[in-house]
Design a protein around this ligand. Structure first.
Ligand SMILES: C[S@@+](CC[C@H](N)C(=O)[O-])C[C@H]1O[C@@H](n2cnc3c(N)ncnc32)[C@H](O)[C@@H]1O
Length: 357
């Protein structure tokens, strides 16, 4: 946080802005979650630290909800917020036949209503407010039997805060092309101030299976490249290889805004299908105009099959030309990344350069 401050930006709300020049790879934020909830009731990871459970002889289970709260160690069991109230609520929820979407929102609400007063205040200070919908009414009455939510309006506001601010803790990359699974969701009060850009200058790393239960669910945000003083620091809220239509749809539906970043300003003029197979023929000048952000994809998007994660240099003082991918975890030098991209380009058909979506 030393090199960033929070500023109000017209039309964008609060946002991080660099207060000093930032070097590529620098860690901009490291923060523990105030709230974390599982994406499933039947899990194969520790209910406290979210680390994958490997050795069954060390697994400890909650005596009440047996295989629904599992711990990798007694330390995790004693530090857990799995109070009798929470345990009974989750147990009751297990027997309620509702959609997985509603179940997820119910987990969040139960975790939120079990927060300490300070953490609850922090959660309430985040952006997000929502009208009361039939789903809100249903969820409010559902969780009323487990905990004591104060009002329907508060439940609606909490759900909106979750939707706008929660970060997914991803299962490790498998590389099989199937959608990556989310192990849990976490709220980081400072991390919530990052606005979105489709060409972000920072990206988030998580190391959930790193084996250090005191910090493995921390969010770590690093600069992708050098950032001068006074620049807004943004993440991408989804993988950077999404096409224009999908990005705009997600941002409008889930975050309530139309993106007018530099990349969207260019891509709005592309014809249908251009962004699925961006063709760059013609003169260099035309190419630059059509796809001025090509450099970003060459340098900062991982080209490992089915990955498309974002690459950021290792934090100083480590060598700044070694890039780490925030999805598959591979390391490569900038030179290797550029060479691999050049080979992909040469192999594409008839001299037409095809940038994969
Ligand atoms: C996680 S919050 C980010 C912090 C937020 N600006 C605040 O004031 O607390 C996400 C919300 O920020 C706003 N936002 C994020 N990126 C934006 C962008 N590029 N343009 C306009 N609004 C943006 C949207 O309202 C979005 O729902």
């Amino acid at each position: 946080m030393e090199k960033m401050e929070i500023r109000e930006i017209e039309g964008r709300g609060r946002s991080f802005v660099s207060s000093k020049p930032i070097k590529a790879g620098e860690i901009l934020l490291r923060e523990s979650p105030i709230l974390i909830y599982s994406s499933t009731l039947l899990s194969n990871f520790c209910s406290h630290c979210f680390t994958k459970l490997i050795d069954s002889s060390f697994i400890i289970s909650c005596s009440v909800c047996s295989n629904h709260a599992l711990y990798c160690s007694s330390t995790c069991q004693t530090s857990s917020s799995h109070t009798p109230l929470l345990c009974n609520s989750l147990n009751a929820l297990r027997n309620t036949p509702i959609s997985s979407d509603l179940q997820l929102q119910a987990y969040f609400l139960i975790a939120a209503y079990n927060l300490s007063p300070d953490s609850f205040r922090l959660l309430m200070s985040l952006q997000g407010d929502s009208p009361i919908t039939p789903d809100t009414q249903f969820l409010h009455s559902l969780i009323s039997s487990f905990c004591s939510p104060s009002s329907l309006e508060l439940t609606a506001a909490l759900l909106a805060k979750d939707k706008l601010n929660a970060f997914g803790l991803m299962e490790p990359f498998r590389g099989d092309g199937k959608e990556m699974k989310v192990r849990g969701y976490a709220i980081y009060p400072k991390g919530s101030f990052f606005n979105h850009d489709c060409l972000p200058n920072a990206c988030r790393f998580d190391y959930v299976d790193s084996g250090d239960p005191s910090s493995n669910t921390d969010i770590i945000v690093r600069a992708i490249h050098d950032i001068p003083e006074g620049r807004e620091i943004c993440l991408s809220y989804f993988p950077v290889d999404w096409n224009y239509a999908d990005r705009q749809k997600r941002l409008m539906e889930d975050y309530g805004f139309k993106c007018d970043c530099d990349r969207c300003i260019v891509e709005v003029n592309w014809c249908d299908g251009d962004d699925d197979d961006q063709e760059m023929g013609g003169s260099d000048q035309e190419e630059d105009n059509d796809f001025p952000h090509a450099y970003f994809f060459v340098r900062y998007v991982c080209d490992k099959e089915n990955c498309a994660g974002t690459l950021a240099p290792l934090p100083p003082p480590q060598p700044s030309n070694v890039m780490e991918c925030n999805v598959c975890g591979c390391f490569k030098t900038e030179e290797e990344q550029e060479q691999e991209q050049a080979i992909d380009t040469d192999e594409s058909e008839d001299g037409i350069v095809i940038m994969d979506d």
